[in-house]
Design a protein around this ligand. Structure first.
Ligand code: SAH
Length: 230
């Protein structure tokens, strides 16, 4: 009887929410954990954030596919595995303040918001920044701050940051971002021309920057000042 009553209140929307939840579980298991991202708190964040809310209506059914999806303006929401991999590489801590360059849909920012204290995210395409901000507000992420602008210069008013994540690819690491990384901080950034980029993990220790390439990747180019300085 209870089930029937509950069922009576259900519409198609809530049915698909259940479907999405099941798909999200499977995504975490098959696309992420099985490929080696095993940090439980990262997996918990990936299990929690509804990716379908960050995907345009026409691609919603593909929200949990193992690939990036278009979000308009020739940009994409990243493949779930890449989001998890980059998040894990940053070793986010509960009290951290994180800077993201390339808000896009806002999905990566939401994942980080589950794990750290504050997320500052910059998006160069203003309508994307607006949409991402609205989505994050609708989902009640109060610890994400979105700004429309060129992320090359970072966000000095809120520096230094414990972690910096760059989700578009410059051909060199922007100097202002290195300067805004706290001592002991971690930065993950794809560097290189379209079709030939490597993801670098940079760590600031005793005032020195250690860097290592962790994986070949494919991101959209960083536009704005990064492109002009080629
Ligand atoms: N993190 C996003 C995906 C990013 S796609 C998500 O979770 O959905 C890369 C984004 O970087 C695009 O939206 C692009 O417009 C943005 N971008 C490119 N150059 C930029 C710059 N100089 N400053 C800020 N954002 C930039």
């Amino acid at each position: 009887m209870l089930a029937l009553l509950a069922g009576a209140g259900c519409d198609h929307a809530s049915t698909s929410v259940d479907d999405f939840a099941a798909q999200r579980e499977r995504m975490v298991k098959e696309q992420i954990a099985m490929r080696g991202v095993t940090e439980e708190k990262v997996l918990a964040a990936m299990r929690k954030v509804p990716r379908e809310e960050f995907v345009p209506e026409e691609f919603r059914a593909a929200s949990y596919d193992d690939r990036p999806l278009p979000i308009g303006y020739d940009q994409t929401i990243s493949q779930p595995f890449i989001v998890a991999f980059m998040t894990d590489a940053l070793r986010p801590q509960a009290g951290d303040r994180v800077l993201e360059i390339g808000t896009g849909s806002g999905y990566q920012a939401a994942i980080l918001a589950e794990l750290v204290a504050e997320v500052y995210s910059i998006e160069i395409i203003e309508p994307l920044a607006k949409t991402a901000e609205a989505t994050l507000q609708r989902l009640a992420y109060k610890n994400v701050h979105v700004k429309a602008g060129d992320g090359y210069k970072g966000w000095p008013e809120h520096a230094p940051f414990d972690c910096i994540i760059v989700t578009c690819a410059p051909d060199h690491v922007p100097k202002p971002l290195v300067e805004q990384l706290r001592e002991g901080g971690r930065m993950i950034v794809p560097v290189g021309p379209l079709g030939n980029q490597d993801l670098y993990l940079l760590e600031k220790e005793n005032g020195e920057l250690r860097q290592r390439a962790v994986s070949p990747v494919r991101f959209v180019p960083m536009t704005g000042e990064a492109a002009e300085r080629k």
